[in-house]
Design a protein around this ligand. Sequence first.
Ligand code: SN0
Length: 316
Amino acid sequence: MKNFTKLGDVSNIQEWLQQAKEIKKNPFSHKAFGTDKTLGLVFFNPSLRTRMSTQKAAMNLGMNTMVMNISNDGWAIELEDGTVMNEGSQEHIKEAAGVLSQYCDIIGIRTFASLSNQLEDYQEKILSKFIQYALVPVVSLESAIRHPLQSFADLITIEEQKNTARPKVVLSWAPHPKPLPQAVANSFVEWVKETDADLVIANPEGFDLSEEFTEGVFVMHDQDEAFKGADFIYAKNWSSFSAYGKTTEAHNDWIITEKKMALTKNAKFMHCLPVRRNVVVSDEVIDGANSLVLEQANNRTYAAQTVILKFLKNEN
Ligand code: SN0
């Protein structure tokens, strides 16, 4: 595995899930692989779970970690080649990625979608440039269109919690006051599609995700109908793909409530966090016995640890 940015980088997801399960049971059993190795984490955007779970994963493996909030603390990065850099940007990504590669054995990078340029976002412009100039493996800590560490943790959680071999998993759009990226939703679809699950996406008209991700997946515009018989409800807001980056209408009635959860087969509730309470989901649902949000966050450590261990062992 050269980099970890998408499901396609995983050779065998079932084997990875097995490895994550073993690591969760014995988190400190691979320290020899990480000793004297350094993980660098570079954030262009805010983070709580990704930052701390990935650091924790590295520490469990005996590694050292260095973290940088590059937007606040670093030089402004230039992405274009051949630019005369006499304006705002101070350091070219060529040098930035090259320098970080000398200090780190693995680099994690978080770069959210711009939500203004669909083409550049869907080409993963910043992540691709970084990979192009990095001399060590790169791990995506959420890119413009994917959040693979989150999706891997979500699969671990579903695997642990499912009561049937082929659960019905509903990815439901939910309201939000701000336009958000499609990354978590895209990635969730990409990973769940690969497992034995009956996946349904529910979203209002105008909020269909890119066909690059939804091809072959059942998309419904009636949330109540979609919830019937569900074993898992995964809530997430995303801004429009077609009217790129916009939130055309509020659709406040798409909030996840106990009344809607009652339509399901006693479904578990999932969300990647951070979540806007009583906008995306009601207090009763997120605080209820079927809420898996903290367990999902817990599994972020074991997802990250599996990925890092694969790199340390030179496996994929
Ligand atoms: C990010 C997103 O991609 O939706 C990160 C999720 C892991 N979420 C947000 O930016 C939420 C910000 C807000 O204002 O609630």
